[in-house]
Design a protein around this ligand. Sequence first.
Ligand code: PLP
Length: 271
Amino acid sequence: MTLLALAVSGRGLVDPSEPAVHADDEAFLRGRGAFETTRVYAGRPFRLGRHLDRLGESAARLGVVVPPGVEELAAQALAAAGAVDAFLRLYVTPGREGSGEPTALALVGELPPDLEVLRARGIALVTVPLGVDPPWLLGGIKSTSYAANMVAVDEAKRRGADDAVFLARDAIVLEGPTTNVWWRRGETLHTPALELGVLAGVTRAVVVEAAPELGYRVEEGVYRLDELLGADEAFTSSSVREVMPVASIDAARYALGPAAGALQAALRALT
Ligand code: PLP
């Protein structure tokens, strides 16, 4: 990931190649920090207000105080990056151990280069069982303790796929490491319910909003893997990758279907 701009609380804009977090920051020492990733279209962040709200919710669950001025830091980093298509990440950390002085960072970075290639071919997913009974302790929040999520992506790549889908005990479908998961049967779109502790994705909410106008109804629930594997079409939703068609999950193959394309167009129309 190439960083284009970085703003840090108490310092303002800093050179993105300079260190910005102390070695004894609890977010680094113990992974206690909250973050958000927002897609930026021509320099404008999509649904930033919703991301800021969720940052606050995650921080509260983690016991981290959000310092004032996060939105201003985001504006500074965005202005420094210019009218780019990019992503904006916001971080809130407890700061140096024992200091009681939380830190915020806003950084703008380049998008992965292969998004449209992946969208054209569809992504390959593999299932990764977590062996937990949902909702688990930190379910539904974006914390900097994403090591399990990142190792799941590594595991997917080792198995020749692009990304993972987490399963709870009894093969209950949850979400991807950085995406919500969807599938279509006929005219109904299914996605795991938020009560399972999956993240309330901002893009997920866009899909819920846009689906009825496109002729789809949305059903949120508790589903076993078989439900997903037998679907007519599958896709993921996330800020960075938007609506991404799924070409396979484990040995199951999917034709790229109409819902993912229509929802991606509807999302773009809102940006
Ligand atoms: N689920 C998890 C675990 C995530 O980390 C993310 C985003 O990074 C999502 C779902 C999708 O959320 P959003 O659409 O807000 O990007």
